[in-house]
Design a protein around this ligand. Structure first.
Ligand code: ZN
Length: 114
């Protein structure tokens, strides 16, 4: 049984360049492996700019999120200040109805208009 050469990784990591290249010339298994590695590193080179862009986009997204959070909290504070239902609920624990405010209401709690 012709076993596949398993020296590639060991030589790639531990051997000096000369030994590595010499073995590559002699061993078709490792040549194939080396070509695969070459293709992968080429692929990585091609893909790299996309990753860099993505990282930039993530940073932009974080900034956008921070701005959104600021705007949102500003809006929420504005809502509490200007929406009486919410500020009533916070102050009195319940929404004040028209009746509570002393306005004439019908049995549905709606303001009566003559
Ligand atoms: Zn080999």
């Amino acid at each position: 049984m012709n076993e596949k050469c398993t020296k590639y990784e060991g030589l790639f990591i531990f051997a000096d360049e000369k030994t590595f290249e010499k073995h590559l010339k002699e061993c078709p298994d490792c040549q194939a492996e080396h070509e695969k590695m070459q293709n992968i590193s080429k692929l990585l080179q091609e893909v790299k700019p996309i990753f860099v862009q993505k990282r930039k986009r993530v940073a932009q997204l974080k900034i956008a999120c921070a701005i959104c959070a600021m705007l949102l909290s500003g809006t929420v504070m504005g809502l509490v200040n200007f929406n009486t239902d919410i500020s009533d609920t916070i102050r009195y624990g319940t929404t004040l109805s028209a009746e509570d405010l002393g306005l004439p209401v019908d049995s549905y709690g709606l303001i009566m208009v003559e």
